[in-house]
Design a protein around this ligand. Structure first.
Ligand code: NAP
Ligand code: GFB
Length: 323
């Protein structure tokens, strides 16, 4: 029987990227749709997954055989720092409802989404899958991080007690079309693209928070989408897998800001606020060795090309984007 794939969080950055890949990869190819497969991309208007009844109704409506579970309350450093209990509770409710519904409805496989920010802040680098629970996460996002870590615990418990095939992915920082470009709550990449745009438009300084020293790895959403499709089709372990570019592909916030200036042809240079407290985590270098040992030949989109595609999408869709 052909799969029925429910993508929760299907209207967001990563969900839209999966929809793009499924629509554009050749049917029957490694990342393309299989004949007869049905893909559903659900946002919160379909069901508020914090509500158990609405969650069950969504599963009864579509009877999914597979779930790529992306739905979450998501935000950058500043959103997380201000709303730790909301990020903890909303995401725990969403995750518990989705996994419970999948279990009682007999979903064959669920992949849930963690994040490299869930790793301990003080741990031997590089970050690898077995280190998730080896210490407290960075204080700035401990609410979100603990909600996400609990998914790994739930996956193991569902497997041991009920034999459920639930697993998880651990992406690094993601960017791409359909991102959230809100100046206060977004992640750094979309926030700086938006800020650079306004600096050009209004002839005002292009201000960057912190001192630019923290390091981050960035994965293009359309590459991450392919990795989720691979994980759904070809990965059968309960253990999480990090979905990231190479650990040596870390770039500083300073270099990121300068790359954005270059791609957007801005005449001015970024100005750093230099408030050290706004730096967040210094770095979170994640190893993709497990992924690369399993997936074989996979090419990531060159960073500059991915940034250009994202900026082009932003400028063409500014009126309707999340700003
Ligand atoms: P996003 O763009 O903010 O999208 C979030 C999605 O979740 C949207 O489709 C949203 O629906 C849905 N959603 C939020 N609250 C919901 C609720 N109560 N009930 C039902 N649906 C709800 O986020 P994203 O960046 O695509 O993130 C997708 C996944 O990747 C998340 O699990 C996130 O933790 C993970 N992740 C993201 C990053 C990153 O850098 N972006 C990095 C690592 C991991 P609406 O469209 O209706 O709001
Ligand atoms: O993407 P981001 O907000 O979150 O990046 P994290 C924060 C880094 O970018 C800090 C700098 O070093 C900030 O000082 N930065 C500079 C800015 N200007 C800005 C700006 O205008 N907006 C933002 N947001 N940052 C998140 C976690 O950590 O990683 C989330 O809090 C999530 O839970 C995400 O997991 C993937 O990378 O620090």
């Amino acid at each position: 029987m052909a799969a029925v794939v429910l993508v929760t969080g299907g209207t967001g950055l990563v969900g839209k990227a999966i929809e793009y890949v499924i629509e554009h990869e050749p049917e029957g190819s490694r990342f393309g749709k299989r004949p007869g497969e049905k893909w559903i991309f659900a946002g919160s208007r379909e069901a508020d997954l914090r509500n158990p009844e609405e969650t069950l109704k969504l599963f009864e409506k579509y009877q999914p055989t597979h779930v790529i579970h992306l739905a979450a309350l998501v935000g950058g450093l500043f959103a997380n720092r201000e709303r730790k209990m909301t990020f903890l509770r909303d995401n725990m409710l969403i995750n518990d409802n989705v996994l419970h519904a999948a279990h009682i409805k007999g979903t064959h496989k669920v992949i849930s989404c963690l994040s490299t920010c869930v790793f301990p802040d003080k741990v031997e680098y590089p970050l690898t899958e077995e280190k998730v629970h080896l210490g407290p996460p960075h204080s700035s996002n401990f609410g979100y991080a603990h909600a996400k870590r609990m998914v790994d615990v739930q996956n193991h418990a569902y497997k041991e007690e009920f034999g459920c095939n639930f697993t998880s992915a651990i992406p690094t920082n993601v960017f791409g079309p359909h991102d959230n470009f809100d100046l206060k709550h977004a992640h750094v990449m979309p926030a700086l693209i938006h800020k650079c745009y306004l600096s050009q438009k209004n002839n005002t300084p292009f201000k960057v928070m912190g001192d630019g020293s923290p390091l981050r790895q960035f994965i293009y959403s359309r590459d991450l989408a392919k990795l989720f499709i691979w994980q759904m089709r070809e990965y059968e372990s309960v253990e999480p897998v990090i979905l990231s570019v190479d650990e040596n592909d870390e770039i500083s916030i300073r270099d990121l800001a300068n790359s954005i200036v270059k791609v957007m042809n801005h005449a001015d240079k970024p100005e750093f606020e230099n408030e050290i407290n706004d730096n967040g985590q210094d770095r979170k270098p994640a190893s993709n060795a497990k992924l690369m040992s399993l997936i074989g030949d996979f090419k990531f989109t060159p960073f500059e090309q991915a940034l250009e595609e994202t900026v082009t999408w932003f400028l063409q869709n500014y009126a309707n984007a999340r700003t």
